[in-house]
Design a binder for this molecule. Structure first.
Ligand SMILES: Cc1cc2nc3c(=O)[nH]c(=O)nc-3n(C[C@H](O)[C@H](O)[C@H](O)COP(=O)(O)OP(=O)(O)OC[C@H]3O[C@@H](n4cnc5c(N)ncnc54)[C@H](O)[C@@H]3O)c2cc1C
Length: 540
């Protein structure tokens, strides 16, 4: 265990000096998992959903490729289960995998019932194929903008629920705990400042942590807040060493790090190096359709071999009209930089993409803290093991969002209304100190994580990273900041330290966690989870 420098609460608060809001269910996060949980609540329960930016800023909204589900008559649940287990590097929970895979068609059907317009072929759902999948089973929409279309329909469906209130631009600072149970959260809202939300049950759906790394596909909101909130509240975090890097992120200086979906490779795109050589068959017989971690590592090796900062995706051998129709979003982004994807190779390199580790949850979405549930990317449910199979995460959000929403609603319905504040406060006031250049620390942290805790890891780099992060923590974590810039940095430092501690502890290579000093998988010692819990502390 490392020395934990986090304070229980980020900012001072007192019930006599803050507005109060009472809800049956508080849902933190308005991506797919959060909104699916909100929809699961019956109309007689009051639900408050808070999102730190507007509703469209979530990983869900940016999802491209689609949702994995068995629809093809040639396919079987057993195939999808086997593919998920194979990708997961012997660390998946088989019961969870089976449950999620079998639930998938019904969850996709719900989305269709709520108005999601998935792409069709001859009147049937068009099914794509991605790396690691043995069959065509990826349901997609708007070509390569699946998340946008799903979220449009789910936001619309949520708006039809009069019991669901949404506060956008509302930053959740901390979960409130009393006598070991979660009782709601302290949030900051531009209209009424620090506000105490008392909730009978709370569901954490805050998504991922890609922003901890310099290169990432994730939007700005993905700073790992949920893991940090849960950590300070005493919940168990598990498998934090497993960050999945997406192999193909657009790499154009000054451009956004747009993800170039795996579906391109599924449709036949080739990965070539600066000399035009198609290199994936040199590394793996599955070539471009090998699992993501294999493709990411191969790209890094080829970049080193050719001394070039990126490789390229080549679609020039595919029919141009098909490419434009199937990938209109990517075609438009590349066109802004003068690239015609039907002709020009697309420059790509890997980037941090999906946080596999997170808050430990059971099959229903319960965390280890009573009254606190969680769903989606913020969790470690056991579905992904050591490596996520492509397009299984939107599915996880749907399944666990529904479970957590239903479970939390049942638990809340058994608790009588009691509109009283609890004696919870944080009276700690920091001494005045020199201003800090937060952007500088944030950039340094992201570069460090990319360099030392990225696709390839080694004890020396990880040890240096742990020391540097702990040093930054020592003067950033005790501070009390007035706004989200500081709070996010504190959360990022808290989560990064745990990721590095877990990466140091796992002395083997498994799934997305690759140690140069321990290149083998060691089932005897390491076929197990690594978890961390902060000492229980209600604060105040
Ligand atoms: C570019 C891209 C493409 C992807 N493509 C696919 C794909 O094709 N298929 C697939 O299965 N998966 C894909 N993924 C992964 C998938 O999108 C995510 O895993 C999934 O959408 C996560 O959903 P979520 O609801 O858990 O979190 P998110 O959708 O990220 O939502 C998180 C929510 O939490 C809120 N939040 C965060 N912190 C706070 C805070 N402190 N206070 C208040 N609110 C907070 C945010 O505002 C947001 O509303 C992709 C991801 C990216 C980035």
């Amino acid at each position: 265990m490392f020395s934990d420098l986090s304070c229980r609460y980020l900012v001072p608060f007192h019930p006599k000096r803050a507005p109060h809001h009472f809800a049956d269910l508080l849902i933190i996060g308005g991506g797919l998992a959060g909104l699916r949980a909100a929809i699961a609540a019956p109309p007689n329960l009051s639900v408050l959903v808070v999102t730190k930016d507007n509703l469209l800023q979530s990983n869900s909204n940016y999802a491209q490729g689609g949702i994995a589900s068995v629809f093809d008559p040639e396919d079987r649940f057993e195939n999808h289960i086997a593919d998920t287990l194979t990708a997961g590097g012997a660390l998946c929970d088989e019961q969870v995998v089976e449950m999620v895979v079998r639930d998938a068609p019904a969850r996709v059907q719900e989305l269709i019932d709520w108005g999601t317009d998935f792409d069709k072929q001859a009147g049937e759902l068009a099914l794509g194929r991605e790396g690691g999948h043995s069959h065509f089973r990826i349901v997609h929409a708007l070509g390569d903008a699946t998340g946008k279309e799903i979220m449009r329909a789910v936001i619309e469906r949520t708006r039809q629920s009069p019991n669901v209130l949404t506060w956008q631009d509302t930053f959740t600072l901390d979960l409130l705990t009393h006598e070991g149970a979660c009782r709601g959260a302290l949030v900051w809202n531009p209209n009424h400042g620090k506000t105490i939300v008392w909730a009978k049950q709370t569901i954490l759906c805050t998504g991922g942590a890609g922003q901890l790394w310099r290169e990432t596909t994730n939007p700005q909101v993905a700073t790992g807040d949920g893991a940090a909130l849960a950590w300070r509240a005493g919940a168990e975090l598990r498998d934090m060493e497993f960050m999945q890097f997406h192999p193909t992120v657009l790499y154009i200086a000054g451009g956004s790090r747009s993800l170039i979906t795996e579906a391109l490779r599924g449709e036949g795109a080739h990965l070539i190096d600066r000399h035009g050589h198609r290199f994936m068959p040199d590394y793996d017989p599955r070539a471009e359709l090998a699992p993501r971690d294999v493709v990411s590592r191969s790209i890094v090796a080829q970049m080193e071999k050719t001394r070039h900062p990126n490789v390229y995706l080549d679609l020039s051998h595919l029919e141009a009209a098909f490419v434009r129709r199937r990938f209109p979003g990517i075609a438009a982004v590349c066109a802004e930089f003068g690239l015609d994807i039907t002709r020009d190779p697309i420059p790509v390199r890997p980037g941090a993409h999906y946080m596999i580790g997170g808050v430990t949850v059971d099959l229903e979405g319960r965390t280890t803290v009573p009254g606190l549930w969680a769903a989606g990317e913020v969790t470690s449910s056991g579905l992904h093991g050591a490596n996520r199979l492509a397009s299984n995460s939107l599915l996880e959000g749907l399944v666990y969002g529904a479970h957590a929403g239903e479970g939390a609603a049942r638990a809340a319905a058994e608790i009588a209304d009691d509109f009283r504040a609890l004696p919870l406060a944080n009276d700690r006031v920091e001494e005045r100190s020199e201003p800090l250049d937060l952007a500088d620390i944030r950039d340094s942290l992201r570069s460090l994580m990319w360099r030392s805790c990225g696709i390839r890891r080694h004890r020396d780099g990880l040890t240096d990273a742990a020391e540097a992060i702990q040093r930054w923590q020592s003067y950033v974590l005790p501070r009390q900041f007035p706004d989200a810039g500081g709070w996010q940095l504190q959360n990022m430092l808290t989560v990064a330290r745990i990721v590095v501690a877990a990466a140091l502890r796992r002395e083997e290579s498994r799934g997305v966690h690759q140690r140069e000093d321990f290149p083998q998988t060691d089932d005897e010692n390491w076929r197990r989870h690594i978890s961390f819990t902060r000492a229980a502390d209600d604060g105040g």
